[in-house]
Structure formats: structure tokens, C-alpha cells
Design a protein around this ligand. Structure first.
Ligand code: ZN
Length: 307
């Protein structure tokens, strides 16, 4: 049994979540929600993205958010940088965050549609960016989208994904996250995948980023946990995460993931009621009902008298 006794969870709602929600979220509300997450015990939060504001207007106030949030000192803040220009902009405010994430899609077609470049071109730029990020004394995380399947190309070979991960590690990334961008993983493959990834990437933080598009997000997280994965990403309130096709869910909800781990006796360091409270606040900010299971049903209360 290789199940870890504790795991690390990065909250990605402020970036992956807000980016994909249709409502405009004010800077004040973003700051309020991130501050609430910081007090819920997270030590890793993805806060902003340095993409062009005309491409993703939802995150155009990223620098102001970074400057205004007030979270405990042990919280590592991460920003996403899509290219060298984005990294230039991020490094102009480098004192406001700790980790920078660079990314590629494992599928050639998805990468082309996402960033309008080939995988080879993207990786060449990523090599340069990783060196710059490490040279600034920042943490460098890499993200590989469509790791478990591509909506255009179908299956993506495991060896192709792990080759990219190894190249990121050689370039200086200390963490590689594997994203199930459109929810194509299943628990059988997730277990096989993370066993192979952990074996291939010793000394690298191997992170699971599952989407619940087809209802298998938590099952996939469980499968990854069982083969030794101890680093996860999720989004409070089940916000965001590429909800394609329209109407489907994206990211797995942090409160559901935390609830599952705690009930299994796996520590997260998080205050689950505080996470649920943050999701409830997001619901108020967005002005509509969010549907994560723990938000609807609440935390299990084992002190209830049976009837
Ligand atoms: Zn996501």
C-alpha cells in the first residue's frame, strides 16, 4: 500500500475558476475570496494569469489582485505565464508571488488551438522561461494539458506526456501538473498513469489536476492517491475549469476532494468548514447556486444521533 497519509492541495479557483465563469467578478470580491481561502489553511493558491487582457478579460486585474491580497506568510502564490512576454510582465511584480507556472498541451492540435504554436515551439520557449524563472529564485511549475486525452486527437500516448514532463524537469521545473482538460480520464487509467509518472519523475512534485466533466473527477483523484500521488489541484465551489461542452462541470470541487480525503483519514491541513464557507461566499458573489456536493449537503456530522 503506497497511499500517502497527507496530501497537498493547491486551490486554483482564483485563476482556473474565475477565468471560466461568465460573470464579471470585481477586484474587491476576488481579494475577499482569496483572503478567505488563505485563512482556510491552503499553502498553495493559484491567483493570476499573465495572459493578454484582451484574450482573457476576466483576469485583467491580476496585478492589482496580487498587490492587494493579504494571506498568511506560508501561502505560496502561483501565477500562470503563457509566454516570454507574459513572463516579462510577471517579473515586473515578482515580489508579489512565489511560483510561476508554464504550460503546454500534450496534444499537437489542442496546443495549436490554445496558443497558436506547435508543441516544439512552445517547449523551446518553455525551456528559456524555466531558466529565467529559476534564475529569479522563483519556483517553476509546469502544466501539461490534455494529459489523459484530447477532444480533437483522442488518446494521447502516456510516453508522449511523460517525455514532455521529463523535459520540463530537465529545464528546471520542480513540479509537473497533469491536467485532464476536458475530463477524459478514468480511474483505471489514472492509477496506471500516476504510477508511471511517479516512477519516471523522482524528486519532482507530481500533481494531479482532474476535471469532473463526466463525473469521474473524485474517482480519478482516489486512483491517483492509491498509487502514491500526494499533490492535487482543485477549485472551491467547483468553479471554472474549461466547461466544454457548455453546461458541463470543469474542475473538481475542493470541498468535495477535501471531504473525501478527511473521511479516509488522509490529512490536508485544511479547515473544511472554512473551505465550504469560502465556496458559499463565491456563490453570493456570483449570485447563483453552485452545485458542489459538499456545498449542497454540508460536511458529514458524525455526532448526529441515528434514528
Ligand atoms: Zn482545471
Amino acid at each position: 500500500m503506497t497511499r500517502p497519509s497527507t496530501v497537498r492541495i493547491r486551490e486554483v479557483g482564483p485563476r482556473d475558476g474565475f477565468q471560466n465563469e461568465p460573470e464579471h467578478i470585481s477586484t474587491d470580491h476576488k481579494v475577499e475570496l482569496i483572503d478567505a481561502l488563505g485563512r482556510a489553511g491552503f499553502t498553495r493558491i493559484e491567483v493570476a494569469s499573465f495572459v493578454r487582457p484582451d484574450v482573457i478579460p476576466q483576469l485583467a486585474d491580476g496585478v492589482e489582485v496580487l498587490r492587494r491580497i493579504d494571506v498568511p506568510d506560508d501561502v505560496r502564490l502561483m501565477v500562470l505565464v503563457p509566454n516570454s512576454k507574459g513572463l516579462d510582465n510577471a517579473l515586473a511584480v515578482r515580489e508579489t508571488f512565489h511560483d510561476a507556472a508554464i504550460f503546454v498541451s500534450a496534444s499537437e492540435t489542442h496546443n495549436g488551438k490554445n496558443v497558436n504554436r506547435t508543441v516544439a515551439e512552445t517547449m523551446a520557449d518553455n525551456d528559456v522561461m524555466a531558466t529565467r524563472i529559476r534564475g529569479e529564485g522563483l519556483g517553476c511549475a509546469a502544466v501539461i494539458a490534455t494529459s489523459f486525452g484530447c477532444p480533437y486527437e483522442g488518446r494521447v500516448p502516456l510516453t508522449r506526456v511523460l517525455d514532455l514532463a521529463e523535459r520540463f524537469a530537465e529545464a528546471g521545473a520542480t513540479e509537473v501538473g497533469f491536467g485532464d482538460t476536458t475530463g477524459m480520464a478514468n480511474p483505471g487509467y489514472a492509477g496506471e498513469f500516476f504510477a508511471a509518472a511517479l516512477d519516471r519523475l523522482p524528486g519532482v512534485e507530481v500533481t494531479a489536476h482532474f476535471h469532473n466533466t463526466r463525473g469521474q473527477g473524485l474517482a480519478n483523484a482516489y486512483a491517483a492517491l492509491e498509487v502514491g500521488c500526494s499533490s492535487f489541484e482543485s477549485s472551491f465551489g467547483e468553479l471554472g475549469g474549461c466547461p466544454v461542452p457548455a453546461g458541463s462541470t470543469g474542475n473538481i470541487a475542493t470541498e468535495d476532494l477535501v471531504g473525501m480525503f478527511h473521511e479516509m483519514g488522509v490529512g490536508t491541513g485544511l479547515d473544511l468548514p472554512a473551505v465550504i464557507d469560502a465556496a458559499r461566499r463565491a456563490q453570493t458573489v456570483l449570485g447563483r447556486t453552485l452545485t458542489s456536493h459538499s456545498l449542497v449537503a454540508g460536511q458529514i456530522d458524525w455526532h448526529l444521533q441515528s434514528v
